[in-house]
Design a protein around this ligand. Structure first.
Ligand code: CDT
Length: 309
């Protein structure tokens, strides 16, 4: 069986607060059709792909907040994406705000799923590293209230058998943490799918604004190389409701090289033939965990925090 996954990174341009999900789904289907025409097995969309990045606004009304969440998946608005994918015989992944009720208690997660070529959801991931803040901070040019609107995912990073390989997921801020990639690599991931919404402006350290694209690729490339796996990073990009989001969606080989990259800040597809067997170039050699890793010495890595940052 071929170990090549022809992979499309399907960057989305800005989504207006007023843009209905149906319109976004039409945009996603258009990218999916391009991906199918280019022979893709898998097309990867960004974090919170169905709506604008709503954590940039402070809201108190739970009904207003919940309007950005999906209560089931696929639901009626997203069903056309699943149906078209089945017709085209293509798999996909995307992020969305997930609202579930368990034993009468509502839970809100920043979630991403992988859907196989038969239209089955084969992997679900709930964002572990939630950035931002919980209360209104009017000094900021815009809010980043992920810690207010979402609970952190409590399930460990995990891997699905799909597309002839082992596929893991992470979401946006997770990509900055080396633990994300190492956890996934230790669970044998060969490809990690990561959607993001990253503002150019970083309110706490605006002197780093010009480094946002650099830090994006630095993290994705280091994660790929140091763990010998493919990494697919996909942006929601462009000026969304006055907030500039970085683009530069890319596919990174296990060597850490960027092999495909978006050149715009709009809806754009980039494609690469990702040969999963190339993971061995790194994992059997420089980063052979079995031969060279020293987990018995790394005791601080999983010890609980005993001091403030
Ligand atoms: N969506 C997301 O996680 N964005 C963050 C923004 C910086 S922290 C306020 C990121 O890590 O890209």
């Amino acid at each position: 069986m071929s170990r090549v996954i022809v992979t499309g990174a399907a960057q989305l341009g800005p989504i207006a607060r007023s843009e209905p999900r149906e319109r976004v789904v039409v945009r996603m289907i258009s990218l999916m059709e391009k991906a199918a025409a280019r022979g893709c097995d898998l097309v990867v969309y960004p974090e919170l792909a169905l709506t604008t990045f709503f954590p940039r606004w402070y809201m108190e009304d739970q009904a207003e907040i919940d309007a950005f969440f999906e209560r089931s998946m696929p639901n009626v608005e997203v069903a056309p994406l699943f149906a078209r994918a089945r017709e085209l015989g293509i798999g996909f992944s995307f992020g969305y705000a997930e609202l579930i009720v368990e034993e009468g208690v509502a839970h809100h997660y920043n979630t991403a799923i992988v859907v196989d070529k038969a239209g089955e959801i084969v992997h679900r991931y709930r964002k572990i590293h939630l950035p931002g803040h919980t209360s209104h901070e009017p000094w900021r040019a815009f809010q980043h209230l992920e810690k207010r609107y979402f609970e952190p995912g409590m399930e460990p990073f995990s891997v699905a058998e799909a597309f002839g390989g082992k596929i893991g997921q992470a979401i946006c801020n997770d990509r900055r943490w080396p633990e994300t990639y190492r956890e996934l690599a230790l669970r044998d991931a060969e490809m990690v799918l990561i959607g993001y919404n990253t503002p150019v402006h970083y309110p706490q350290a605006p002197e780093h604004d010009h480094l946002q694209c650099f830090h994006n690729h630095l993290s994705l490339q280091a994660g790929a190389y140091q763990n010998g796996m493919w990494v697919v990073g996909v942006a929601k990009a462009g000026k969304e409701e006055g907030c500039d989001l970085i683009g530069q969606s890319c596919i990174v080989a296990p060597t850490g090289e960027i092999v495909a990259m978006a050149g715009t800040l709009g809806d754009e597809l980039v494609v690469h033939d990702c040969d999963l067997d190339r993971c061995t170039e790194i994992r059997a050699n420089i980063f052979s965990f079995k031969q060279h890793r020293r987990p018995e010495i790394y005791t601080a890595l999983t010890a609980p925090h005993d001091k403030e940052d």
